[in-house]
Design a protein around this ligand. Structure first.
Ligand SMILES: NC(=O)c1ccc[n+]([C@@H]2O[C@H](COP(=O)([O-])OP(=O)(O)OC[C@H]3O[C@@H](n4cnc5c(N)ncnc54)[C@H](OP(=O)(O)O)[C@@H]3O)[C@@H](O)[C@H]2O)c1
Length: 329
């Protein structure tokens, strides 16, 4: 018998999440049955999607959705031996039982000197998102100029670095001077703090006077309206996220993109990384390869303690993180 803790959404978010929207629950878990494993969370991910997805994927009383790296601490399933690590979508729980169908083993040859937490970040879902956005959606080509916002975050930081690997010019925006310094460290050609630049239009023009071939969109809202005007004709936009709208109780309205899309003949495509699930194993190997070669650097914002999950999540939504936000149990 093991005591399992979980964080439950007791009240649907209204505007920015509050501590009182969450409740910590404790339950006793039975021994695993034949075919089952007992998992113990090691690292848990907090991600922006949890905010909008909670509204239509969850009911009040449900355990918060989410992914974790967990250790198999008891096993009655030979596919997942005791002591092995898996990526599990079991949500905000310290312990869980699984029959294995929803588990992904961590890459078999995961290097000793790479933290397993990266399976939730650069060599996990956010890294895959960056890769597919660039290759499958934008079809980014050598010599092109790419703009990415929320650039110092989990997805954005990988986007910029992959674009550099591909021989492109990269311009990034982020919400603090420390983040801008980090982008320079990563090799971004231009970076600016969108909160202090006075005019976003001028900052984008300065970043690339000739405009942008590609825009990896993480933020949406007002930023997007300004950025579309700085695209080159036939520019391509990968709509990955719209974090500036996730906490809105009332949807933001215009300016609407249609006219600028017509006159500049832009191509805009929304995507979810799950579309290319069949490519994940090969793509994770490529991301790990770049990491080991030093072409991809990775930083994490680690919050200690399962009891701090809500605080870590709210911190992410207000931009506390440089790199991937994770919780270490
Ligand atoms: N389509 C997919 O399959 C997929 C998969 C993963 C993620 N995403 C999306 O990709 C985006 C980035 O996700 P991530 O996991 O890499 O998160 P992240 O960038 O590590 O963290 C979120 C960042 O968003 C920025 N932000 C927060 N509120 C903002 C606002 N009102 N305006 C502008 N920026 C704001 C903050 O950075 P600043 O300090 O720079 O503001 C914050 O650090 C999100 O929109 C997410 O939903 C999509």
């Amino acid at each position: 018998m093991v005591q399992a803790k979980s964080w439950v959404l007791v009240k649907h978010f209204d505007g920015f999440p509050k501590s009182s929207d969450f409740e910590l629950r404790v339950e006793d878990l039975p021994e695993p049955k034949d075919g089952e494993v007992l998992l113990e969370a090691v690292f848990l991910s907090v991600d922006p999607y949890m905010r909008p997805f909670s509204a239509f994927r969850m009911q009040e009383g449900d355990v918060m959705i989410g992914t974790q790296v967990a250790k198999v601490i008891q096993s009655k399933n030979p596919t997942f031996p005791m002591g092995s690590h898996v990526v599990s979508r079991c949500g905000w729980r310290t312990h869980s039982l699984s029959n294995g169908t929803d588990l992904i083993p961590v890459m078999p040859d995961w290097p000793q000197d790479v933290s397993l937490s990266l399976a939730l970040g650069t060599v996990g879902m956010p890294g895959l998102t960056a890769l597919y956005g660039i290759e499958e959606v934008l079809g980014l080509k050598k010599g092109e100029t790419l703009l990415v916002n929320a650039a110092a975050g989990a997805v954005g930081s990988v986007v910029g670095q992959i674009a550099k690997i591909k021989g492109c010019k990269v311009v990034g925006s982020a919400g603090s001077d420390a983040k801008v310094a980090y982008l320079k460290e990563l090799g971004f050609d231009e970076a600016f703090n969108y909160k202090t630049v006075g005019s976003l239009e001028e900052a984008l023009k300065k970043g690339s006077p000739g405009g942008y071939d590609c825009f990896f969109e993480n933020v949406g809202g007002a930023f997007s309206s300004v950025a579309l005007n700085q695209m080159k004709d036939f520019g391509r936009i990968a709509v990955c996220g719209a974090i500036s709208t996730y906490n809105d109780s009332n949807p933001q309205t215009g300016p609407y993109p249609h006219f600028i899309m017509i006159v500049k003949q832009l191509k805009m495509e929304g995507f979810m990384q799950t579309r290319w699930e069949h490519k994940h194993p090969e793509s994770l190997k490529r991301l790990m390869g770049w990491l080991k070669e030093g072409k991809l650097k990775s930083r994490e914002h680690v919050t200690k303690g399962f009891e701090n999950m809500p605080a870590a999540f709210m911190g992410l939504l207000q931009g506390d993180n440089i790199g991937k936000a994770v919780v270490a149990v």
